[in-house]
Design a protein around this ligand. Structure first.
Ligand code: G3I
Length: 361
């Protein structure tokens, strides 16, 4: 059973909830809000119940549209997840569509929603080659101007959400598959030094936020993860405030890399946090029962590959339901990548993820 369980909501969890009677008295006396005391949030057999019990994050990427218009979506989101990532709302084109002209509406909505439901927020993302507004992409700025623009965007964004975002994907997708640096506005004009600068500026703007480099196809031990490992070691040796590596983990069913756990461990052994940041596992459509069962095993394995490593901070899935997943629009003929189907029924993959989070399973 994926989720039952009001009867379980008094079980021990971390942090331990107040008894409901005491909480009620406290609420009445002090008029404070304690959103973690909702029965949904404290049910031990939800994904977030298991994650809370081991002090890790179980997150989901959240789109602004379902957040604001689909109550079935938010019911599942708030019951099951203790962390959220803006699927798009904190990208540069969304936040700063004109130079110095910020649009915080959707990002603010998510941050407020998270606070109201006792969820942490992962910030995504600052220095990325993609989703840049045209004023920035086509501005033909000098290196000095680009540095100023990047610093200002980081200062402004992290400043606004200081204390409300526990981790930021400061740098996103900076490598090619062969381990060379990917061509981007930042790389081409500023060189690899932009990475250290972005991390330093981010740390100055919000010293408590964990600062990440995030990428895909780095889950296995391969040329790309080797290059990232070399860079991470170098940044740490130089005292750059790099705190973690985000392993996006966009997988195909049956293809969770066999070297994933050992690969995450070598980063963890450097003293870095590791997180699975964008997990989904796509299946050629229509998905067969055998493929759904394999996907369930894959979700369990992928989450265990992180949670079995010392400094794993948690696992985020790139969406809640197949209803809104980016997969079919990008990988023609593929889909069914997430733990819930289009009608919000938990799939076998929900059970796989749940078992991956629950050490007793
Ligand atoms: O907001 C506009 C809307 O105004 C317009 O009408 C509509 C028409 O196409 O496009 C909307 O923007 C889309 C945006 O999602 C919001 O829905 C973009 O076209 C579309 O390209 C964008 O796709 C996102 C993609 O990143 C590119 O930013 C996906 O939703 C999102 O899931 C995906 O997420 C990325 C991570 O950030 C980084 N890692 C890979 C991952 C999957 O690609």
């Amino acid at each position: 059973m994926p989720h039952t369980a009001r009867s379980h909501h008094r079980r021990r969890r971390v942090p331990r909830p107040l008894p409901l009677v005491a909480a009620g008295a406290l609420l009445a006396a002090a008029a404070v809000t304690l959103p973690q005391l909702t029965p949904e949030a404290s049910a031990a057999t939800t994904l977030r119940g298991y994650a809370d019990a081991r002090g890790v994050r179980i997150g989901a990427a959240v789109g602004d549209s379902p957040l604001t218009s689909d109550s079935a979506y938010t019911t599942v989101l708030d019951r099951e997840f203790n962390s959220v990532t803006a699927e798009n709302a904190m990208k540069w084109d969304a936040l700063e569509p004109s130079r110095g002209g910020y649009n915080w509406a959707a990002a603010d909505r998510l941050v407020a929603h998270a606070a109201a439901h006792n969820q942490g927020v992962r910030g995504h993302t600052l220095a990325w080659y993609s989703q840049l507004p045209s004023w920035l992409k086509n501005g033909n700025f000098s290196a000095a101007e680009l540095n100023t623009i990047l610093k200002k965007h980081i200062d402004t964004t992290l400043g606004r959400y200081k204390g409300k975002v526990y981790a930021w994907d400061v740098v996103n997708e900076t490598f090619n598959e062969d381990g060379s640096m990917r061509s981007s506005l930042w790389q081409d004009k500023l060189g690899t030094g932009y990475i250290a600068n972005a991390l330093r500026w981010a740390h100055a703007a919000d010293p408590a936020a964990k600062l990440y480099i995030n990428d895909y196809n780095i889950e296995a031990d391969n040329a790309k993860s080797d290059a990232l490992y070399t860079l991470a070691k170098q940044l740490l040796a130089e005292g750059v405030p790099l705190n973690g590596i985000g392993f996006q983990s966009h997988f195909v069913v049956g293809q969770v890399p066999s070297t994933m756990k050992a690969n995450l461990k070598r980063f963890s052994d450097l003293g870095l946090e590791v997180s699975v940041t964008e997990l989904d596992i796509r299946i050629p459509l229509p998905a067969s029962a055998a493929e759904l069962a394999q996907q369930s095993a894959d979700y369990k394995l992928a989450s265990e590959n992180c949670l079995g490593v010392a400094r794993c901070a948690g696992v985020t899935v790139w969406g809640v339901t197949d209803k809104y997943s980016w997969i079919p629009g990008t990988f023609s003929g593929f889909g069914a990548a997430l733990p819930y189907n289009e009608s919000y029924a938990p799939k076998p993959s929900y059970t796989g993820l749940s078992n991956g989070l629950n050490p007793a399973a």
